[in-house]
Design a protein around this ligand. Structure first.
Ligand code: C5P
Length: 222
């Protein structure tokens, strides 16, 4: 089977998570969702009563939090200090606050160390995020940057959430745009393709075609 590391980076709403899970299953590889770790850190910040824009306070609260992510019997497990937050991390409150929290260098150092330790334990792994090919695993065997036109990303996100109202779709598009801009322009580990990443544009591809393409690229990199 496949041995090595597949990194899957890109902006929000490209279908990255669903593709990463499917590719990991097909390759018989472990799967790590690093976004879930930044989202869990954000839960700790919100529950700590700290302003997400107060970098010093954010760093202090996250340093004291125990963040665990993994999969048990096919179910995503996300714990903050032993408390299950798997549903909460997908909510609007966390989504709004996650970008400033993940821009704090001390938070990134802490979670990147944890990510590398998790990856080291696996022979084969698919890791998704924003900085995996550039910072977390610069020597990965197969690097993919998944992107899609902004309108298409907003529509897909709306489809996932069951939103049909045009004004609500426009608001989703604005949320995506704001988060991508924040993630791309931060000083520490901005969102961008690694120089050796293959860019996969899913604007005109369905989910299955993207999964096929990523598996093909992973197979070639072995
Ligand atoms: O992928 P997901 O939408 O769950 O990521 C949530 C947020 O976490 C991103 O918008 C980004 O701010 C942050 N993130 C990051 N680095 C990663 C993964 C996620 O900064 N490797």
């Amino acid at each position: 089977g496949f041995r090595g590391q597949v990194t899957l980076d890109g902006p929000s709403g490209t279908g990255k998570s669903s593709v990463a899970r499917a590719v990991a299953a097909r390759l018989g590889a472990a799967y790590l969702d690093t976004g879930a770790m930044y989202r869990a850190a954000t839960v700790a910040v919100l529950d700590g009563g700290v302003d997400p824009d107060d970098a010093e306070a954010v760093a202090r609260v996250v340093a004291a939090a125990r963040i665990e992510v993994g999969t048990t019997a096919g179910e995503e497990v996300v714990l903050v200090d032993g408390v299950d937050v798997a549903e909460r991390i997908r909510g609007a409150e966390v989504t709004r606050a996650v970008s400033p929290v993940s821009a704090v260098p001390a938070v990134r150092r802490q979670l990147v160390d944890q990510q590398r330790a998790l990856v080291e334990a696996a022979d084969a792994v698919v890791v998704e995020g924003r900085d995996i090919g550039t910072v977390v695993l610069p020597d990965a065997t197969c690097k993919i940057y998944l992107t899609a036109a902004p309108e298409v990303r907003a529509e897909r996100r709306a489809g996932q959430l069951g939103v049909t109202d045009p004004a609500e779709i426009a608001a989703l598009a604005e949320d995506l745009r704001r988060r991508d801009e924040y993630d791309s322009s931060r000083a520490d580990s901005p969102l961008r393709p690694a120089s050796d990443a293959v860019i996969v544009d899913s604007t005109d591809l369905d989910r299955e075609a993207v999964i096929d393409r990523v598996c093909e690229l992973a197979g070639r990199a072995v």
